[in-house]
Design a binder for this molecule. Structure first.
Ligand code: ATP
Ligand code: MG
Length: 256
């Protein structure tokens, strides 16, 4: 039996007259890792933000673990708890210790008592290899460590799915590996993940499926060996040529 965790049907999003998502249909199964690639402005972040209704879709349906988030009667705060999100900028509270960054939402949103919240927080810091940083302030950590704290914070809410929006693109190159390592471990543990990334090697090795988006539609999707290894669509090929070799130029490619 297939067990669908994310179901998008006919998902559309416009900002005024700008149509950013044009009828996206997508099902993500439990335990599946789906990587989204595509050029700047193609709607990747908007798609991710529509999954937990940080952006309100202008058309279509979003269902997460059986709950329709686009149904006006749905308790959105309740439903969003099950969706963890990690952004390019880590968005930690700079005035709070690492441990407090991890306990605050558990206590306020899930109503956990301090002791339980701290226990869960320490378990998740351990999971991302930062058990010894519980008492540090975010500014005392490297970017890669801060991003791992942000992942641990999301995990502390026991999400049913994790959304990652270019989690390594703000990091110095030598810090990228640690964050990708944590994500790979999560994937191995069976976490359902939707990941916007430019890390083609990660997508190749970890994704069950890769989606190539352009112009607000899914142009091509399939196993990484096909979409990255042997793309069918010209637009995918042009994009990959640019990403895999930044010095490559194409007459139609806008400068980034
Ligand atoms: N709040 C907003 N108001 C108006 N336009 C927006 C808003 N958010 C996004 N857009 C526009 O929607 C389009 C898609 O943006 P989006 O951020 O989803 O692209 P992206 O694929 O994530 O790009 P990038 O790779 O640069 O992150 C862009 O043209 C962007 O300018
Ligand atoms: Mg984006």
């Amino acid at each position: 039996m297939s067990d669908v965790v994310i179901e998008l049907s006919g998902l559309g999003k416009s900002f005024g007259s700008l149509e950013v998502l044009r009828g996206i249909d997508l099902q993500v199964e439990r335990g599946e890792v789906v990587c989204i690639i595509g050029p700047s402005g193609s709607g990747k972040s908007t798609l991710l933000r529509c999954v937990n209704l940080l952006e309100e879709p202008t058309a279509g349906k979003v269902v997460v673990d059986g709950t329709e988030l686009t149904d006006p009667d749905t308790d959105l705060d309740g439903a969003r708890r099950h969706v963890g999100m990690v952004f390019q900028q880590f968005n930690l509270f700079s005035h709070l210790h690492v441990l407090d960054n991890l306990t605050i939402a558990q206590r306020k949103v899930l109503g956990r008592d301090k002791k339980t919240a701290e226990k869960v927080a320490r378990e998740n810091l351990d999971r991302v290899g930062l058990a010894e940083k519980a008492d540090a302030m975010p500014a005392q950590l490297s970017g890669g460590q801060q991003q791992r704290v942000a992942i641990a914070r999301a995990l502390s809410m026991n999400p049913r799915v994790m959304l990652f929006d270019e989690p390594t693109s703000a990091l110095d190159p030598e810090l990228v590996g640690d964050v990708l390592g944590v994500m790979r471990q999560l994937a191995d543990e069976g976490m359902t993940m939707l990941v916007v990334t430019h890390e083609m090697q990660f997508a190749r090795e970890v994704a069950d499926r890769v989606l190539f988006m352009d112009g607000g539609v899914i142009v091509e999707q399939g196993p990484p060996s096909e979409v990255i290894g042997n793309p069918k669509e010209e637009r995918t090929r042009t994009f990959l040529a640019r990403v895999l070799d930044p010095t490559h130029t194409h007459p139609e490619a806008p400068a980034e």
